[in-house]
Design a protein around this ligand. Structure first.
Ligand code: ZN
Length: 342
């Protein structure tokens, strides 16, 4: 009887505690094969930028006790077709076939993305990681999931790989969530130092996916002006914020509170995906911003706040850029500590 009473009291407590206080673990989607994508010696998108994060997490005793690492499979052609055109998927296969022992690398004809023998296979697995993140949060295994995957994805459009990206993982994950779980409204928040032109383009005319990006301007790829707000049915469902060279996290934090939050009162996302590029970190090789680890924690708190308001706390983070391994691991640690409610 006493045991039962304790049980019901615990249930009652759980139901009145805020979600943050209840969350105690996060799902990490990682596979050793992510290290096999090789863009060539000296390329900034190197395996170590991901390997270092994972090594750091595994050695971090307090954090790793709160992480689960389920296995997952690669995205199928059908999953990818929800975002990418058949002609582009065929082009990737054809260009991969041009690789030989004497020509082990080539740059995709669509843009500045180097591929080698394993790249296409690894990129499919990276999309699969983002989809597995959706499964984790929609099946209530954890509130949050982080796909630690490469190559990145947010520059890839429906028919064009570019900017080190082959498939747009966050877009594939958004479509997967809509199709498999019937999620109506998805917010994608892009915190990479670069504008996610691919993601914006894919959802340009879509009112079921809201795309927010705060990125350094001017910088590659040049798109993402504040005046770009979507077209047709998607008009008003894209929000871009310019961040000038040398800025810290103050501008993105202000934009999240003063621009994105009011927009979300209307949109009410049921799920939040984060294009978690870490190249806005101070001293990044490609970016010129100065976000701190504490800044990444503050950004994560804002994401969690929105998720708790509208999305039952559900957030799926997908690694994009970030070119200094140690910065990446520090930023991921700062984010995960917020996600597991420490
Ligand atoms: Zn980037």
């Amino acid at each position: 009887m006493h045991i039962l009473r304790h049980y019901f009291i615990s249930l009652l407590l759980l139901s009145i505690l805020p979600i943050e206080a209840r969350a105690s673990s996060a799902t990490v989607l990682y596979d050793e094969r992510f290290l096999l994508h090789d863009a060539g010696a000296g390329h900034p998108e190197k395996p170590d930028r991901l390997g270092y994060i994972v090594q750091h997490l595994r050695q971090h005793k307090t954090l790793s006790a709160h992480l689960r690492w389920p296995s997952f499979s690669a995205a199928t052609r059908e999953n990818l077709r929800a975002v990418h055109q058949d002609t582009y998927l065929d082009l990737l296969d054809a260009e991969q076939q041009q690789l030989t022992t004497t020509r082990p690398y080539l740059t995709l004809s669509t843009g500045d993305t180097v591929i080698s023998k394993k790249s296409i296979e690894v990129a499919k697995l990276a999309s699969g990681a983002a989809m597995a993140g959706i499964d984790a949060v929609m099946q209530h295994n954890t509130k949050s999931a982080f796909a630690l995957a490469r190559p990145p994805g947010h520059h890839a459009t429906a028919d064009r790989g570019m900017g080190f990206c082959i498939y747009n993982h966050v877009a594939v994950a958004a479509r997967y969530a809509q199709k498999k779980y019937g999620v109506q409204r998805v917010l994608i928040m892009d915190i990479d130092v670069h504008h996610g032109n691919g993601t914006q383009d894919i959802f340009d005319q879509d009112d079921s996916v809201f795309y927010f990006s705060a990125h350094q301007h001017p910088l590659y790829p040049g798109s993402g002006r504040p005046a770009e707000k979507g077209h047709g049915k998607g008009a008003g469902y894209t929000m871009n914020v310019d961040v000038p060279f040398g800025s810290d996290e103050a501008i993105i934090l202000k934009a999240l509170a003063s621009q994105l939050e009011p927009a979300m009162q209307r949109f009410r996302p049921e799920l939040i995906l984060v294009s978690a590029g870490l190249d806005a970190h101070q001293n990044d090789l490609l970016g010129g911003l100065r976000y701190t680890d504490a800044g990444y924690a503050s950004i994560a708190q804002q994401v969690v706040k929105l998720a708790n308001l509208y999305a039952q706390g559900r957030t799926v983070w997908v690694l994009e850029g970030g070119y200094v391994p140690e910065n990446n691991s520090n930023a991921v640690e700062a984010i995960l500590e917020v996600l597991i409610g420490q």
